[in-house]
Design a binder for this molecule. Structure first.
Ligand SMILES: CC(C)(COP(=O)(O)OP(=O)(O)OC[C@H]1O[C@@H](n2cnc3c(N)ncnc32)[C@H](O)[C@@H]1OP(=O)(O)O)[C@@H](O)C(=O)NCCC(=O)NCCS
Length: 266
């Protein structure tokens, strides 16, 4: 998705940056770990395939991806501290998200919603049809030493806060429509779903704490679905608070100027 191409999100607990080519080598190292592939239901890919994936995710209208990083040092919150990766209203690519600060990723994958609902048809006087979509969310905190300290929960809460704020734009990009308000059939996000291995207690606890509820039973693959119903109907993402997502939520410019000449070398 193009929507987040130049946006970094900073809170006191986490930094999210758009998944870029200079992240791919570290991403590939993470995915070489069989336990990570199992937990995330991923296939082993070559480095070249991982580069292709990164590029295709940027182009795909149905996928929104951020790399999760350790939060920017507090000193960088207010001023211009380039050594920390923060420069005014920008996050310096390759500094704030240097390899040793990268911890995982968080994704949203959109698809048509295939449930039944009377709203799917025309709504009475409003003479407006609603077309529903669903979104799958995935989170990975790849390095075990960064797990269990609240980064996963902060990343998901911050990400969902961003998704709710930008939902119209996200759905517009997904449906290929420039102006959803003018479209005859209004796109709506019905729910957000996490598909989790039933043995993955940390992930289940994480999503439960954010208001997700189990739907149905464990499937053939040993997965359960944790669902946040009505996500798109909320005024804002209410299930979070500064204590979870971190305070001083800010959307900053993702500044790639320092990367010039580096990406090709990597
Ligand atoms: C699952 C995962 C995302 C959790 O992220 P994390 O940063 O380690 O989790 P957090 O520190 O934010 O903790 C979230 C909650 O889970 C709890 N938790 C963490 N590890 C746990 C465990 N092994 N058993 C039970 N609860 C656990 C925490 O106590 C916390 O709950 P609390 O706030 O009520 O105390 C992370 O471990 C991970 O990426 N694992 C590998 C990939 C994966 O499993 N991805 C999910 C696929 S659906």
């Amino acid at each position: 998705m193009r929507l987040n191409e130049n946006i970094a999100i900073s809170t006191s607990r986490v930094l999210l940056v758009p998944y870029d080519a200079h992240h791919v080598q570290q991403y590939h190292r993470w995915m070489e770990d069989p336990s990570i592939r199992e937990a995330t239901a991923s296939e082993r890919l070559s480095l070249d395939e991982e580069y292709e994936n990164q590029a295709s995710w940027r182009e795909s209208r149905d996928k929104l991806t951020f790399i999760v990083c350790a939060p920017l040092p507090r000193d960088g919150d207010d001023g211009d501290v380039p050594s920390t990766g923060k420069k005014g209203e920008a996050v310096l690519a390759g500094v704030g998200d240097a390899v040793d600060r990268m911890v995982g990723d968080v994704n949203l994958f959109l698809s048509p919603w295939d449930g039944d609902d009377e709203d799917q048809a025309q709504r009475g006087d409003e003479k407006e049809t609603q077309t529903y979509y669903t979104a799958e969310i995935d989170i990975m905190i790849a390095d075990p030493k960064f797990r269990g300290i609240g980064l996963g929960r902060a990343a998901v809460a911050t990400f969902l806060y961003f998704v709710r704020r930008h939902l119209d734009g996200i759905l517009a990009e997904y449906t290929g429509s420039l102006d959803t308000s003018a479209a005859k059939s209004k796109p709506r996000l019905k729910d957000v779903v996490a598909k989790i291995n039933a043995d993955n207690k940390a992930s289940i606890v994480l999503f439960q704490a954010l208001g997700f509820k189990q739907r149905g039973e464990k499937n053939y693959f040993g997965e359960i679905e944790m669902v946040f119903e009505g996500f798109g109907e909320m005024e804002e993402w209410e299930e979070t608070s500064p204590s979870v997502m971190g305070d001083t939520y800010r959307e900053l410019v993702y500044d790639r100027s320092r990367l010039k000449g580096r990406v090709d070398d990597e």
